[in-house]
Design a protein around this ligand. Structure first.
Ligand code: CU1
Ligand code: CU1
Length: 420
């Protein structure tokens, strides 16, 4: 089971493991250049995977195929896609941890060099052992003249262009139902529209535009940040599914005879996965667990992991009908609270310190859960729980309790102390 993590707490080794696998896929093994095959699939199936309800399931399958290809080229089942929460880790926010660093995906393109990305492992100028370019853009749409990766971040295109905010994310997560007629880019409401993002809601589309350069045309997987962006979109879909278990998890379901839509219904294969050997419908991909992966925010916080304001953890495992899931949320007011997911008007437990400025919450190796103030250095609250047999982890349990545990040992801290 692959664990997809927030890129903001990947170690240098994990970052390199991921970019090395991406480069290996592009260099191609005995089965050829799988990376460019995927770029082609994305460009050629523009209408199957975009501007309609299949946006989420189509990209879920697309990302899974990519993740499996990375695992197989490196023969390492632990390789998982990281996600980029652009609302929190906006490169323009001081102190944020964006993936655009020289030791990960490379930085912004250079203005004097036609916005070519000149650092990081995807810099065109790098040559492999045989003297070939390490990251050439060989699959290009008609309008792209350049064989090198380009980025032109929002403000250098237009001072007013900015990434979606966490408020935009929550607004999309609260939207219901999943999608509405006519199931296309003119759909006036619903989660899919708000997330995929036609202006003025632009979430997903806006991020492509904001990164600019190679992320704009339909060959956008040429920029590896594509996968981190879509991985976050996929995580948001799982979050929406948890928050709205009373809703149809995908629409249209084909149950309405007055709706002659041509868009994929729940049980329609999504091209190009509509062949006898590989048939994938939206119904096949509704659960990430069935597809072989889950998210770090899905069940537990490991020692060393950090929650930044707005990040939370859901209780573990697949949703069970009629059973609520729980959400431990480090909120933007700097307070940690436990909710029944989807019912955030009343909390079940809180660290009980109102009107605090936010910083970060982290689980330290020996099991102390610590909330830091705005300087990210001064503790403002602690669980005061320790074990010398770490590294510990924190679980949001399916019965609604939050526990901190050392490996193979009973909990050293549990809240709430009694059921309300
Ligand atoms: Cu796409
Ligand atoms: Cu996209």
């Amino acid at each position: 089971m692959a664990l997809r993590k927030n890129q903001n707490f990947l170690s240098t080794t994990e970052k390199k493991q991921f970019t090395d696998a991406v480069i290996a896929l592009k260099a191609g093994g005995s089965s050829g250049n799988k990376y460019d095959e995927l770029v082609n699939i994305h460009e050629q199936n523009m209408y199957a995977g975009h501007f309609g309800p299949a946006f989420f399931p189509w990209h879920r399958e697309f990302l899974t195929k990519f993740e499996q290809a990375l695992q197989s080229i490196k023969n390492d089942q632990s390789i998982a896609l990281p996600y980029w929460n652009w609302a929190v880790d906006n490169p323009q926010t001081p102190g944020s941890r964006s993936p655009f660093t020289a030791d990960f995906l490379g930085t912004n393109g250079q203005q004097g060099s036609n916005w070519q990305v000149k650092d990081g492992p995807f810099n065109y100028d790098l040559l492999d052992g045989k003297g070939n370019h390490q990251w050439p853009l060989d699959v290009r749409s008609g309008t792209e003249r350049y064989p090198y990766l380009r980025r032109q971040f929002g403000p250098s295109q237009d001072p007013k262009l900015s990434l979606p905010t966490w408020a935009d994310v929550w607004a999309a997560l609260q939207a219901t139902p999943y999608d509405v007629k006519p199931w296309d880019f003119t759909s006036p409401s619903g989660f899919r529209t708000r997330a995929e993002g036609d202006i003025p809601f632009g979430m997903h589309n806006l991020v492509h535009m904001w990164v600019g350069g190679s992320m704009v045309p339909m060959t956008s997987p040429n920029d590896p940040v594509f996968w981190l962006h879509h991985c976050f979109m996929d995580r948001l879909w799982t979050d929406w599914q948890v928050l709205h278990q009373d809703q149809a998890q995908y629409l249209p379901d084909g149950g309405d005879p007055n709706d002659p839509t041509k868009r994929q219904k729940l049980n329609d294969p999504m091209p190009p996965w509509n062949t006898p050997n590989d048939t994938v419908t939206p119904a096949n991909v509704l659960s990430t667990w069935d597809r072989g992966y889950h998210y770090d925010t899905d069940g537990m916080l490991l020692a060393g992991e950090v929650l930044y304001p707005g990040q939370g953890i859901y209780s573990a495992s697949v949703a069970v009908a009629g059973k609520p899931r729980y959400l431990l949320l480090y909120e933007t007011d700097g307070v940690l609270r436990l909710y029944v997911a989807g019912q955030q008007n009343a909390y079940w437990w809180s660290d009980n310190t109102p009107n605090r400025n936010n910083g970060k919450a982290t689980l330290e190796s020996q099991g102390n859960l610590v909330i830091y103030g705005p300087d990210n250095k001064t503790p403002v609250w602690q669980s005061y729980s320790w074990s010398n047999t770490g590294p510990c982890y924190l679980v949001v349990r399916p019965d609604g309790y939050v526990s901190i545990l050392p490996p193979q040992a009973p909990p050293i801290w549990t809240r709430p102390t009694k059921k309300p």
